[in-house]
Design a protein around this ligand. Structure first.
Ligand code: NAD
Length: 480
């Protein structure tokens, strides 16, 4: 039967692939008219996008509810507000970001030159979004691309159907259709899109598809930003206020039911802190989502049956392969396929090679691996792919600092999780297997701009230029 929150979901009409080449070529023609280079145009589009979000908040949050049962406050803060803040940051700063930056010629012969770094748009950008934050992950790259003066082709995830349908209806009403277009579809349509020549591809999603994107982009030497995922660890030290750690970790894990790229994937817990951490998790869960998270209005659902089955399978396999796995909170008997509900579930006695430790979990299951020291935690992290985020909880700053200094990750937070997201001035992006390139605020503007080195020379003072022309002499060489 259909889960209640998904009732009356709209159908999403996929774009006919035969229309894709002309759509891209229309954007290219319009980019070549230079309309998008005008700062007035850029700011108007950004204001229009803010208007779209403000005037249609209900329609958008209703769609997010239908897709994953995101409650209003979570949908508003993690999707709409993040975009509005990005827009405001761009509106306030785009004039100065886009202004040619004067630099100085550093040798005598360049002393009178006008040297500048100009941030110029790349051209036509393809933005491919993922389903877990279908507004933020499509619109934040769009905001950066518009601020930088690009034309954009948007491809929302076909999995978050209701949100994609809402955006398909709203975007053409608010934005310049000559310069911003949308294509809907799944693998077939995206594969057709990747055959076209773009000037940049901004992709958010899993690493397997990330490789497909990068390989397609390499055929036309198109630059990419890949916002991928991975297993983001949390280290809980021996010296730790577990009450605060438990509440913050569980809060972050429960947001969007763990379907967040920087969700805590697993805990590396010092053996001396484990008992009190579990005790505090129990208290925190009741405080955040009541005794029965299933009936809590603030706990989301798994996006679809495929992802539900993926999580159920890994969970069952974990119990089968490691029969010492202890379920401290939640458990399989509470999974509800009809409702697409998986409870917040905490697993102890997990070992490094266990099934649940293979791939990113991307759901509300949280395994704990016990360690004897921060060094053991560091070794564990460094033996694996570089994660998107690393988190550390310790009363001793030196311990967290050691963890940061000895590991690599896209982002890192000490004593909290996810709170970096609203800070526009912090770059957001992965490293190694968790992605390449970053955005938010000026970082996004820079990622979608080309830094053009421009030199404007004087035609006079030829006597100075004589120095560079042959015939050369030791005297000329000295002056250089
Ligand atoms: P998804 O299924 O929505 O896929 C992402 C996009 O890729 C979609 O638009 C989809 O149509 C397209 N796609 C799928 N298969 C394709 C193919 N064969 N060829 C071309 N395009 C294809 O989302 P997902 O991949 O399930 O997203 C979850 C993953 O994304 C997780 O790993 C998560 O950590 C990561 N993620 C990263 C960030 C970040 O900012 N770094 C944010 C959100 C999610």
């Amino acid at each position: 039967s259909t889960p209640l929150h998904t009732k009356n979901k709209p159908t999403l009409e996929f774009t006919n692939v035969s229309e894709i080449p002309s759509l891209v070529s229309k954007l290219r023609t319009n980019f070549n008219q230079s309309t998008t280079k005008d700062l007035k145009w850029r700011k108007h589009q950004l204001r229009q996008l803010a208007k779209l979000l403000k005037e249609n908040t209900k329609q958008i949050t209703d769609a997010l509810y239908q897709d994953v049962k995101k409650n209003f406050e979570e949908a508003y803060t993690t999707e709409i507000l993040i975009c509005i803040n990005e827009i405001n940051d761009c509106l306030m700063n785009v004039d100065s970001w886009a202004k040619p930056e004067k630099v100085h010629g550093d040798i005598l012969i360049n002393a009178f030159d006008n040297c500048q770094i100009r941030s110029e748009p790349l051209g036509v950008c393809l933005i491919i979004g993922a389903w877990n934050y279908p507004i933020q992950l499509l619109l934040c790259p769009l905001i950066a691309a518009l601020a930088a003066g690009n034309c954009c082709l948007l491809k929302p995830s076909e999995i978050s159907v209701a949100t994609a349908a809402a955006l398909t209806e709203l975007i053409p009403k608010y934005l310049d259709n000559n310069c911003i277009a949308m294509v809907n579809g799944g693998v077939v349509e995206t594969t057709a899109l990747l055959k076209e020549k773009f000037d940049h591809i901004f992709y958010t999603g899993n690493g397997t598809v990330g490789k497909i994107i990068m390989s397609a982009a390499s055929k036309t030497l198109t630059p990419v930003v890949l916002e991928l995922g991975g297993k983001s660890p949390v280290y809980v030290d021996k010296h730790c206020n577990t009450k605060i750690a438990a509440k913050r970790i569980l809060w972050a894990k429960c947001i969007n039911a763990g379907q967040t790229c920087i969700s805590p994937d697993y805990i590396l817990c010092h053996k001396d802190s484990q008992a009190s951490l579990i005790e505090d998790f129990n208290v925190a869960l009741k405080e955040l989502h009541t005794e029965n998270p299933k009936s809590s209005e603030t706990f989301a659902r798994i996006v679809n049956k495929n992802h539900f089955n993926r999580l159920a399978t890994v969970f069952k396999k974990q119990l089968e392969i490691n029969n010492k796995t202890k379920i401290s909170i939640g458990g399989f008997e509470n999974f509800d396929e009809n409702e697409l509900y998986i409870p917040p579930t905490i697993l102890e006695n997990v070992k490094s090679g266990d099934p649940i430790m293979h791939d990113e979990i991307f759901g509300p299951l949280l395994p704990i691996i016990t360690v004897n020291s921060v060094d053991e935690a560091i070794e564990y992290v460094n033996d694996r792919d570089r994660p998107l985020a690393i988190y550390s909880f310790s009363e001793k700053n030196a311990v967290s600092e050691k963890l940061l200094r000895s590991t690599n990750s896209g982002v890192a937070l000490v004593n909290d999780l996810l709170m970096n997201m609203p800070v526009g001035s912090l770059p957001f992006g992965g490293v190694g297997a968790s992605g390449m390139g970053n955005y938010h605020g000026k970082n996004g503007f820079d990622a979608l701009s080309h830094k053009r080195g421009v030199m404007i020379r004087q035609k006079g003072m030829e006597f100075l230029n004589e120095l560079r022309y042959p015939p050369y002499s030791p005297l000329k060489w000295k002056v250089f």
